[in-house]
Design a protein around this ligand. Structure first.
Ligand SMILES: C[S@@+](CC[C@H](N)C(=O)[O-])C[C@H]1O[C@@H](n2cnc3c(N)ncnc32)[C@H](O)[C@@H]1O
Length: 385
């Protein structure tokens, strides 16, 4: 079955010049894409023009006034850039691919979240549920190097004398996203970040890279207040595996079998004054059993089976994680953002739980993979009604 998508070239041609874009369910466009290399990422970052892709199967009138909350911000990106200085004038023609499912309040974009405030309005997000690339985990080395504009040296030049500096450079990239989150999240809004610490031998010296602690500091610097956090204990296939020297002291290492789910709030506690919010809050109530399970510090949940896109792992989290967090920290109708969307689990959970959602993904192939899953999910839901 072919699905028809309308692409509106928004900023280059304000007259809503239309193109028709066909996608085939069996041959998703993701098949033709390759994982973007660091130079591609840079190209993406510098792309010009701004396309909005709206699913016409799901949306009856893709041209209709798009005044729902999730749309806010995309107009901003043009108006704010036009008033900015020359280096930012390029942004006026910035090209961002965006897919909207307006009936579900869903918006997903190919974009670099280091610049979120260009496409999402200030104080518009109720909850962020995300998992960034983990610094010092091998699968993300090239991505960080690309995003650092090659400031991070190639792996061959890493040494235990410079490795903490490199670790810091990777976190400075994530810090930019945390700063942007502070701009887009509403007062009283919550940010939940799933991140694991990393271990790695660098020039034959074994190191721990404390991503949880460093991310907490980055979020505090961005302005957020830290809250008690969760340890996600992944059940492992190899419970007795450990790194080190067999059964002899002293050189064995504790196995890392927990990841962090860090929690933060922006400003003061959220207040519910509008009657609609009060009603939605009532309808979003959880049970006593759920409260007892969810609000304890250790969550024992298996990791999800890792999928590959173009032969590369995607590091998706188990859907149970975003589902719990969304029910704990948002109400029906809220806007949930994932600035590192990956395969779109946060968005799928948001749709299922009647929240609106925004997902941002820098990698085109991964974006199309998520797009496919989200559209299928929405269509299936539609059919089941
Ligand atoms: C750990 S994965 C997220 C997995 C996701 N939670 C899931 O369940 O599939 C991190 C994702 O962030 C994307 N990413 C990395 N840096 C980014 C950036 N600056 N802006 C947007 N996306 C980024 C990566 O391409 C990757 O897909």
């Amino acid at each position: 079955m072919k699905r028809k998508l309308i692409i509106k070239n928004k900023f280059k041609n304000r007259k809503k010049q239309r193109h028709t874009y066909y996608k085939n369910n069996n041959n998703s466009s993701s098949n033709n894409n390759t994982i973007i290399s660091s130079s591609d990422e840079q190209k993406l970052y510098n792309q010009k023009n701004y396309d909005i892709i709206t699913n016409n199967d799901i949306i009856n009138d893709s041209d209709s006034s798009s005044s729902s909350d999730i749309n806010s911000g995309s107009e901003n990106s043009s108006s704010s850039s036009s008033s900015e200085n020359s280096s930012e004038n390029e942004n006026e023609n910035e090209k961002i691919k965006e897919v909207k499912i307006e009936q579900k309040g869903i918006r997903i974009c190919i974009f670099d979240s280091q610049n979120l405030s260009r496409i999402i309005s200030k104080d518009s997000i109720n909850l962020v549920v995300t998992s960034p690339p983990y610094p010092m985990i091998e699968m993300w080395d090239e991505l960080f190097r690309g995003l650092s504009m090659q400031q991070i040296p190639p792996v061959e030049l890493w040494h235990h004398s410079n490795i903490m500096e490199i670790f810091e450079q990777m976190h400075l990239i994530l810090d930019r996203v945390w700063n942007q989150l502070f701009y887009v999240v509403k007062e009283g809004g919550i940010v939940a970040i799933n991140i694991g610490d990393a271990t790695r031998s660098i020039s034959q010296r074994f190191h721990l890279f404390p991503n949880g602690a460093r991310t907490t500091m980055g979020m505090i610097k961005a302005g957020f207040t830290p809250l008690p956090n969760i340890y996600w204990k992944k059940s492992t296939n190899k419970p007795n595996s450990f790194l080190g020297s067999g059964f002899l002291p002293v050189n064995a290492y504790v196995t890392i079998d927990c990841e962090h789910i860090l929690l933060f709030r922006k400003g003061n506690k959220r207040k519910f004054t509008f009657s609609e919010d009060i009603l939605n809050r009532q309808n979003s109530k959880f049970t006593k059993e759920q409260r007892n399970l969810w609000f304890s510090q250790i969550w024992s949940i298996p990791g999800s089976r890792q999928q590959k896109i173009n032969n590369k792992k995607v590091a998706a989290f188990n859907m149970e994680i975003p589902k719990r967090l969304i029910q704990m920290y948002s109400i029906i109708g809220d806007i949930v953002l994932d600035p590192f969307m990956g395969t779109g689990n946060t968005l799928l959970a948001a749709i299922e739980l009647q929240r609106q959602g925004i997902g941002i993904e820098i990698n085109e192939a991964v974006f199309h993979f998520a797009e496919h899953l989200i559209l299928n999910f929405v269509n299936k839901e539609k059919k089941n009604k």
